[in-house]
Write a protein that binds this ligand. Structure first.
Ligand SMILES: Nc1nc2c(c(=O)[nH]1)N[C@H]1C(S)=C(S)[C@@H](COP(=O)(O)O)O[C@H]1N2
Ligand SMILES: [Mo]
Length: 357
């Protein structure tokens, strides 16, 4: 399966038509912010067609003042912008061995956008949380059947209040200065920066404040991985913050390069602090040398890096990049295997060939 294909006519690599799942080509990662039509798409069910004039967003549950927000009310509220990377928790799943069930993403389910909306905090303050409130359930309009779900259900996820009180967690209505497109959750979606994409519920229909995590299919049967801390009461954990990861954008897998000087380029990110180091190996894991790293661009974006490589020996070569974040997390050679193939942050390896013209 190609990681990237510079000859492709489209901006995205479509893995499934309906529901639409489409990834980016890695050669398109060399930008501060992905163009909107080049942002990956991951929908579990067919995208609903919503007319914003008939749509409203009730905020109920453990609040003093239930409210019902209309689209135009939201547009008039104080706005907030955040440049945030989004990565699907199933990104790079196809590299996991033995194979895991699910959409067989290569490495393209990652993008960065400038999101604009209203801080969830502003809305929760307006509704006034009761003291018992701990989590908030966000439900989408979209419905369908998932493998093993045992029947139709809506896409839904709850998020702890603590994360929602961060002003960068948004009810987003714009992406890169334009109205949110249908496939990205029009009219309003949640944006949870620093977490894998599954929590950023699209096509919001209801917000319910609760005194416990909602659980439910997507939250506790689906977006989970085995807990390794051995606690008997928790065999699985929710997928939440982004693991440290880097990808090589140039050269692309299968490229032919001539002997001499080349730039290896790519991106790196983490949901747990910023990137402090990216190292490159061009000799099959024998030596690692530091790449030049850009300054962080906000807390939630990616950082670009580049490395000057002197391609000396002819033949096949494996290029690898390894990122470290400010909390000391380092990308592993092989990510922990899990049955759904989530949070794969194994070191990216790009096979290329050095040959004379
Ligand atoms: N309502 C709804 N929200 C959703 C989804 C969905 O299928 N339905 N997919 C989730 C997943 S798994 C991801 S990775 C992101 C993808 O967002 P995007 O399509 O805008 O890239 O949306 C999340 N929010
Ligand atoms: Mo996802």
């Amino acid at each position: 399966m190609p990681d990237s294909d510079s000859d492709s006519s489209g901006d995205l690599n479509v893995l499934s038509e309906d529901p639409l799942c489409a990834g980016v080509f890695l050669s398109n990662l060399d930008v501060p912010v992905s163009p909107t039509e080049g942002h990956f798409i991951r929908s579990h069910f067919p995208a609903p067609q919503i007319n914003s004039a008939d749509w409203s967003l009730p905020i109920t549950g453990d609040v003093e003042t239930p409210i019902n927000l209309r689209y135009h009310d939201l547009l008039k509220m104080p706005s907030h912008e955040v440049v945030s990377l989004m990565e699907c928790a199933g990104n790079s799943r196809s590299t996991m061995q033995p194979p895991a069930e699910g959409v067989q993403w290569d490495n393209g389910a990652v993008s960065v956008s400038r999101w604009k909306g209203v801080s969830v905090k502003t809305v929760l303050e307006q509704a006034s949380l009761k003291s018992v409130a701990t989590d908030v359930l966000f439900e989408g309009v979209d419905t369908g059947t998932e493998p093993h779900s045992g029947g139709p259900l809506r896409y839904a996820m709850s998020v702890p209040i603590e994360k929602l009180l961060d002003p960068d967690t948004l009810l987003a209505y714009e992406m890169n200065g334009e109205t949110l497109p249908k496939d990205h959750g029009y009219p309003i979606r949640l944006l949870v920066p620093g977490w894998y994409g599954m929590a950023s519920v699209k096509w919001l229909s209801n917000i319910t404040v609760m005194d416990h995590p909602n659980g439910g299919f997507h939250e506790m049967d689906y977006c989970i991985y085995p807990a390794t801390d051995g606690k008997a009461d928790a065999k699985v954990k929710r997928v939440t913050s982004l693991k440290v990861k880097s990808l090589i954008s140039t050269p692309t897998k299968g490229s032919f390069v001539t002997p001499g000087s080349h730039k290896i380029k790519g991106v790196a990110w983490s949901g747990d602090g910023h990137i402090t180091k990216v190292e490159i190996s061009t000799d099959d894991n024998r030596t690692w040398r530091p790449a030049k790293l850009e300054q962080p661009c906000g807390s939630y974006s990616w950082q670009h890096w580049e490395y000057d490589w002197e391609a000396a020996s002819l033949g096949h070569s494996l290029l690898r990049s390894r990122a470290t974040d400010s909390k000391g997390n380092v990308q592993p050679m092989l990510a922990q295997w899990n049955f759904r193939g989530y949070q794969v942050n194994s070191i990216h390896s790009v096979p290329i060939t050095v040959r004379k013209d």
